[in-house]
Design a protein. Structure first.
Ligand code: SF4
Length: 258
């Protein structure tokens, strides 16, 4: 559950599935992942994007092994203390894996609740206190029921109350929807950021990592230089990869996964 939630943080299900299957097959528990070098996690991560998540999962596995006898903790506080585990991921693991009462607020839930109760097309760019308080007030008291409720609202957002084309005719709560009653007023907040990739430092970092993933040996600087023509951008991307610990220096200046 922790692995899938981390992988799904910023990546669609269809891209996650093959990597998740391979990951769980190779590392069925935190102990097996913790016993490997972190670079193996980065290699297995492949092209899922935002590869720091792979390093954080490896670090979390080490902490789980050392402090929690190899079992993923169930309490929110302990989950939040794991590397790479934020508010949403901790709540999702606590609710869906352990059936604890936890407020699970992903973008789908935020959009549904925002439309239903605030009458807004889209929620604020970042989670705000009002959303948390409202979701907590709505959450059923019974832990089992609350986990099912959260899963149901997430599914409603993913399948019916979609971002660009909500299917209000099939919506089970359409008679209570403030946004629908208001005549679907358009979002008028700050510009919503897209996910540009081509030509960005992210793409450059991805190219460098791809070369390192495909090699069992350290890679020379000359090979890295061939990955991206813009010297300044390449150097900047490489510097951030080194700073993040996703890449390390090997002998004679060569580069490798950690
Ligand atoms: S009525 Fe439409 S906009 Fe409102 S919650 Fe249902 S699907 Fe979303």
């Amino acid at each position: 559950m922790l692995v899938s939630e981390v992988m799904l943080q910023q990546t669609p299900v269809r891209r996650v599935l093959p990597v998740y299957d391979a990951w769980i097959h190779r590392w069925p528990d935190p102990a097996s992942l913790a016993s490997e070098r972190p670079g193996q996690a980065v290699r297995m991560w492949g092209r899922l994007g935002y590869p720091r998540r792979a390093l954080r999962l490896h670090q979390a596995a080490v902490v789980i092994e050392q402090r929690h006898d190899g079992a993923v903790p169930s309490e929110l506080v302990e989950l939040r203390a794991l590397p790479g585990v934020g508010e949403y991921t901790a709540a999702a693991v606590s609710a869906f894996a352990y059936h604890q009462r936890a407020v699970v607020l992903d973008i789908n839930v935020r959009r549904v609740l925002g439309r239903l109760f605030a009458g807004h097309q889209y929620p604020p760019a970042s989670l705000i206190k009002v959303e948390r308080d409202q979701a907590r007030a709505l959450l059923p008291d019974d832990p089992d029921v609350s986990a099912r409720w959260s899963a149901a609202v997430m599914e409603l957002g993913a399948v019916i109350c979609t971002s660009s084309a909500p299917h209000c005719g099939r919506c089970p709560v359409s008679t209570q929807c403030a946004w629908r009653f208001a005549g679907y007023p358009e979002y008028d907040g700050p510009p919503r950021r897209g996910q540009a990739y081509a030509g960005t430092d992210r793409q450059c970092r991805g190219r460098i990592l791809s070369v390192l993933r495909d090699s069992d040996e350290p890679v020379t600087v000359a090979v890295i230089e061939a990955t991206w023509a813009d010297v300044v951008q390449r150097e900047r991307a490489l510097a951030t990869l080194l700073a993040d610990g996703l890449v390390v220096r090997a002998d004679e200046g060569a580069l490798a996964l950690p």
